[in-house]
Design a protein around this ligand. Structure first.
Ligand SMILES: *Cc1c(COP(=O)(O)O)cnc(C)c1O
Length: 375
């Protein structure tokens, strides 16, 4: 018997990757950072590989090492490293490591020496996001250092890459601009004798809408989990996560009764309240107070009053909802329940944040399907 659970459809993850794979001649790197966007990094990675992904992408060195500890042997790129990390562990584990500065490249060279082997590097160009990577002004000095380290056998430049600002708005002027800066950056790299096997810039949105940005490798994240990066279009993807809980208690209360902390909801009539055991410790955003949707007793309803740490209250009027009934916060969207997109709209955020928040440890994750499951 379960009280609250997050179900993950592994076959949906596999099928989403297969769909992305069918739309490109490039290889697919499934991005599984952030504990697989809340879906569980390892099962998600295995299901994505079963769907045809040939690479895995994560932000941190630790995430990459965890993939290796679990026995996953596909190429893995890690891309967010502060100085002083034990990068030699990444080199020993055969991780591909991104370098977007001369400083980090120097650390990688040191790591290669300590590991006694060549480091696999992807050089990152900042084409406008102003996050990781070398600016076009700093790019030649990074290339010069990389060409020297490559000549000395310390590194192998496997990739040159970048990341989009606004690919989720197809047609946005930044997309063409970044592609032009990227093409220039690749040309400059050639002049330094660097012609990487993998050139990559496309996230989910560009994978789905800009074939001209696919190059040799695409890096979808959100689409792997079946959520669309572009508002108003699903691209045939299937959401993999369902969050639900069983009603703990129902009770009749009088009209005019304040509900939950601060009494921000007051019952308009005599009514039935249902207590649902999921709260902000489990991933329900507190901003969903009085606006978060769910399916309960066959109807869409809205959270009554504040979201608490462990629970929410629903006003079900005179409907025959009882303790033990299932309240679905969001799911695949085919049974009348809201989707992560509905939640994102309700609280003015993005579907990415909704699912990633549901990665807490208190609510068990239950896996459906067989994709990538080790027999
Ligand atoms: C998170 C991330 C991705 C995946 O982005 P989506 O929008 O989820 O497809 C790709 N590349 C980098 C560098 C990222 O940080």
């Amino acid at each position: 018997m379960w009280q609250a659970e997050v179900r993950i459809d592994l076959d949906a993850i596999r099928d989403n990757v297969a769909l992305l794979r069918a739309g490109t001649t490039a290889e697919v790197m499934a991005v599984v950072k952030g504990d697989g966007y809340g879906h569980g990094m390892l099962p998600s990675a295995r299901a994505a590989l079963a769907g045809g992904a040939t690479w895995l992408g994560v932000a941190t060195l630790e995430e990459g090492l965890e993939l290796r500890r679990a026995g996953l042997s596909a190429p893995v790129l890690t891309w967010l490293h502060s100085p002083g990390l034990p990068l030699e562990r990444g080199v020993e584990a055969d991780l591909d490591i991104s370098a977007g500065s001369v400083g980090l490249l120097g650390e990688l060279v040191g790591a290669a020496h300590r590991a006694g082997r060549t480091a696999r590097v992807h050089l990152k160009l900042d084409t406008g996001l102003s996050r990781g990577g070398a600016t076009p002004a700093d790019w030649p000095s990074l290339l010069e250092a990389a060409a020297k380290a490559q000549a000395e056998g310390e590194i192998d430049v496997i990739g040159v890459w970048s990341h989009f600002v606004y690919a989720d708005e197809p047609g946005h002027a930044t997309i063409d601009h970044q592609l032009a800066v990227f093409a220039d950056g690749l040309a400059v790299a050639e002049r330094f004798g660097i012609s990487p096997r993998y050139r990559h810039i496309a996230n989910s949105a560009a994978t789905l809408t800009r074939p001209d940005a696919h190059y040799d490798l695409v890096r979808p994240g959100i689409a792997v989990y079946g959520l669309s990066p572009v508002a108003g279009t699903t691209f045939g993807l299937r959401p993999a996560m369902t969050a639900r809980a069983r009603v703990s208690l129902t009770k009749r209360v009088a009209a005019g009764q304040g509900v939950s902390y601060g009494h921000t909801y007051v019952t308009p009539t005599e009514t039935t309240l249902a207590l649902v055991p999921l709260g902000y410790a489990d991933g329900v955003p507190r901003h969903a107070s009085n606006v978060g949707p769910l399916l309960l007793g066959g109807k869409r309803r809205t959270i009554a009053g504040r979201v608490c740490m462990d629970q929410i209250v629903i006003d079900v009027a005179d409907d025959p909802v009882a303790a033990g009934d299932i309240a679905t916060l969001f799911g695949a969207g085919d049974d009348g329940a809201p989707t992560a997109d509905d939640w994102a709209d309700a609280i003015d955020t993005i579907n990415y944040e909704i699912v990633t928040r549901f990665g807490s440890t208190r609510v068990p994750r239950v896996y459906d399907g067989t994709a990538g499951v080790v027999p």
